[in-house]
Design a protein around this ligand. Structure first.
Ligand code: PEP
Ligand code: MN
Length: 340
């Protein structure tokens, strides 16, 4: 059960609820968000629920009390029945919109990043992506430019006006990423790195949480709950493909989870068709399918010269392909009640 306090509730109100929860023999979990504080009563039995609900609902500083049966609480639809909108550097991701995050897989050089950023800005992307810390399967592959990559991303934001989304690969990267970027990406291989989730959550910055490629929806939402549990509900879920028996694609975009998660969580959810397919010829059709099935946006890789890319060359779109994709999304969006 969660108790959602009204805006402006005082610390003394929080303590009153916590004491009442503890006196009932339950655990209390306080999550202090920027706007409101939410207190979870952990371990409520069905018998005690009506009495506790009545008690808390009668308090003037309580907005509402919600019984949540799911193991993930704050990110669940029970806690917040309306779909949420998350702001990244002034750009919204949420209902009625289709927000496109685009840019190279990795920041490789100033020239490459600026050319990529210019191309995606000219085609109408809303946010810029680019990895400074790359999670590579082999230790001998390009690992990213690190802090120099972050500086280049900030310079690209300055030049082209697109807020930046970039990955923190370990808890030590979070502080730097938070300093230079507008949203922190948690990669698929790190979805259950709980220290990283907590550290990213604590910054209060938007977090793009990729689904681990062999993780269930419930595990994914529990990972999101780690971020939420430290008071940060600015989370964007990103379906980036799951591993199946099929080697013809790099991963398999699990499009059904878009409407599925819609029925479980209020968080916005986007698709990454680039890592999901691994082939640039599939990226545009899968992107259109993501829009049609109800995704709130895309994370898509675009490189000024993909044949020379230092990672993921086969899946990065050429600038003109990305411009064509954006045109086709604009054509389709109206039919599904969204604007690109
Ligand atoms: C990425 O988007 O840069 C990335 C590495 O993706 P994933 O974590 O989904 O593999
Ligand atoms: Mn990539």
């Amino acid at each position: 059960m969660i108790v959602i306090l009204r805006m402006g509730a005082e610390e003394e109100h929080v303590q009153r609820i916590v004491s009442a929860i503890e006196e009932a023999g339950l655990g209390a979990h306080v999550s202090r968000g920027e706007e409101r504080t939410v207190i979870g009563a952990i371990g409520t039995s069905p018998e005690m629920r009506p009495r506790l609900m009545e008690m808390f609902e009668g308090l003037p500083f309580v907005d509402r009390v919600v019984p949540v049966l799911k193991p993930y609480k704050l990110v669940s639809l029970e806690a917040e029945p309306e779909p949420s909108t998350v702001q990244v550097g002034g750009v919204s991701i949420g209902p009625g919109l289709f927000t496109v995050i685009a840019g190279p897989c990795a920041v490789e050089s100033e020239e490459q990043l600026m050319a990529g950023a210019r191309a995606v800005r000219d085609a109408g992307a809303h946010l810029l992506r680019g990895g400074a810390y790359k999670p590579r399967t082999s230790p001998y592959d390009f690992q990213g430019l690190g802090e120099e990559g972050l500086r280049l991303l900030a310079a690209a934001r300055e030049e082209f006006g697109l807020p930046v989304v970039t990955e923190a690969r370990s808890p030590e990267h979070v502080e730097g990423v938070a300093r230079y970027a507008d949203a922190i990406q948690i990669g698929a291989r790190n979805m259950q790195n709980f220290d990283l989730l907590t550290e990213a959550g604590r910054t209060g910055m938007p977090v793009v949480l990729k689904r681990g490629f062999s993780c269930t929806v419930e595990e994914w939402l529990k990972a999101a709950e780690y971020v939420a549990s430290v008071g940060n509900l600015d989370i964007i879920l990103c379906e980036r493909g799951v591993r199946t028996f099929e080697p013809a694609v790099r991963f398999t975009q699990d499009l059904a989870v878009i409407p599925l998660v819609r029925g479980l969580s209020h968080l916005p959810i986007i698709c990454d068709p680039s890592h999901a397919s691994g082939r640039r010829d599939l990226v545009s059709p899968v992107s259109r399918a993501a829009l049609a099935v109800g995704a709130d946006g895309l994370l898509v890789e675009v490189h000024p010269d993909p044949d020379r890319a230092r990672c993921d060359p086969a899946q990065q779109l050429r600038p003109e392909q990305f411009a064509g994709l954006m045109d086709s999304l604009r054509g389709l969006a109206g039919a599904v009640g969204r604007s690109v």
